[in-house]
Design a protein around this ligand. Structure first.
Ligand SMILES: [Zn+2]
Length: 177
């Protein structure tokens, strides 16, 4: 329940519920503003009239405080969303790199159950042709589609898939990517 009230969408919706009457009051009042009102002063008069309308609505102090709290919450939520988005964007762009002996490429797939990104399609590049190799995990072999070079992961622990994934995550943790 606490999480529900903290959710940005919930905060936005509740804020809208509070701000709609204010917006309506401002709009209603602007309709009565004379046409020849000075263009520069008009925005100020609209704001002032809006404030007067707001007071005229006889909104309780409690409601004003709640609205202020929700507004602050909304601003923090937007900031949080933007901040987390920019962080995500950084590591989601990290999709290739040299780890141990080989150059690797991978994708990020989002797991909706755990709400986390996982590494998928992890494959090495052929060191001769710089082409993504074909992975056959049944026989632990990576095969180059161009020169037919094969890496047999069963005999080379340097290319252990689990370890490479751990190294990728470690680089992200340390911001080294
Ligand atoms: Zn090759």
């Amino acid at each position: 329940m606490k999480k529900f009230f903290k959710h940005p969408i919930t905060i936005a919706l509740i804020s809208c519920l509070f701000f709609t009457p204010i917006g309506s009051a401002i709009y209603d009042h602007t309709k009565n503003v004379p046409v020849l009102t000075d263009i520069i002063l008009k925005p100020f008069s609209v704001i002032w009239n809006g404030i007067l309308s707001f007071i005229a609505y006889k909104v309780s102090i409690g409601s004003i405080l709640i609205t202020l709290v929700l507004l602050i919450g909304l601003i923090f939520s937007i900031d949080k969303i933007f901040f987390s988005y920019s962080n995500q964007k950084d590591f989601l762009d990290f999709k290739s790199g040299v780890l141990k002996q080989w150059k690797w490429s991978w994708e990020w797939s989002y797991n909706y159950r755990t709400q986390k990104y996982n590494i998928s399609h992890l494959r090495p590049y052929c060191h001769k042709c710089d082409i993504k190799m074909i992975a056959d995990y049944r026989v632990y072999v990576f095969d180059c589609p161009n020169c037919n070079l094969q890496y047999n992961t069963a005999y080379n622990t340097n290319e252990d898939k689990t370890k490479i994934e751990a190294l990728i995550l470690d680089r992200i943790d340390k911001g080294n990517f």
